[in-house]
Design a protein around this ligand. Sequence first.
Ligand SMILES: Cc1cc2nc3c(=O)[nH]c(=O)nc-3n(C[C@H](O)[C@H](O)[C@H](O)COP(=O)(O)OP(=O)(O)OC[C@H]3O[C@@H](n4cnc5c(N)ncnc54)[C@H](O)[C@@H]3O)c2cc1C
Length: 296
Amino acid sequence: MKSEPFVYHSPVSVEEVVSLMNEHDHAELVAGNQSLAIQMNNRLATPDHLIDLNDVDDLAYLDERDGAIEIGAMTTHNTIAESDVIDRKLPILSEAARQIAGPSVRNVGTLGGGIGEADPAGNYPTVLTALDATITLTSESGDRSVGVDDFFIAYMMTEVGENEMITGATVPTDPFPIGRTGMSFLELKRVSHTWPKLSAAGIVRVDDPTASEPTVEEARLTFANASDTPLRVEAAESAIEGTSLTDDALDEAAGIAMDSADPADEMQAEAEYKEEQVGIFTERALREAYDRALDQ
Ligand SMILES: Cc1cc2nc3c(=O)[nH]c(=O)nc-3n(C[C@H](O)[C@H](O)[C@H](O)COP(=O)(O)OP(=O)(O)OC[C@H]3O[C@@H](n4cnc5c(N)ncnc54)[C@H](O)[C@@H]3O)c2cc1C
């Protein structure tokens, strides 16, 4: 099937994008077009106007500033996967970008598209939730910042308002000092270029990696596809904080995470199976993050 006809627009600035959105009803933004094309060809999305973001240079950036990294909405998965600064300071983000689909999708798919689509199985929503990022939304009235916890509001629904666009994400780096922080992003999938059935993001910061039994100072644990929106399990994080990641603490965290999960049934992965995997992935992601925190 082919898409319904539409009028194509190719703005070169954010101002032009927001003004086009205001001018036209039933308009849709297009970034890498890796998801939207499928929806349009299946007539699940039938915009009258398509506003292409690919000529808006201001949206493709990656800036390190004091205590944070700022990433523009049109930054591709490949740029994130290959960035030295992200690999050094937020390695879980490069690890997540590297595992998205195959090279052709990673060459053109973008951060803004991944966040805007808000697929429950998406890599960025889950990792940005673990990293406690902030999303910048822009409209004709200016910019506003939304914490990631308030951004993903329901199944494939976000806080992006009508005539508003995602312009970037700000990810704090201060909570994750290099040398005593470990991060791990793990996916459960049958073949590499497909969507995962489940993913887990684990982050562990220890007090002193050279101690005989380093203590977990802070932990983060989130999942993709374990509920309709990214799932952060703070009670499981608390279960390992203050411990040296004993088996008992990990078991407790896994039990809490399994109780918190509310996955949907899907082909080749029933809800019960995914819940079981949440427990296994809790232990694997936190163990790997802890080991990486010590091994630097
Ligand atoms: C075979 C395959 C496997 C994949 N596997 C994975 C995977 O394992 N993990 C994963 O996370 N993703 C996966 N993806 C999705 C991939 O990451 C897409 O690139 C991404 O979800 C959409 O990004 P895009 O730039 O192509 O957005 P588009 O397809 O252009 O847009 C997607 C949606 O986001 C909206 N949008 C885009 N940019 C903005 C913006 N700046 N502001 C507001 N709304 C915006 C669009 O209007 C549209 O509704 C896969 C895709 C394919 C085709």
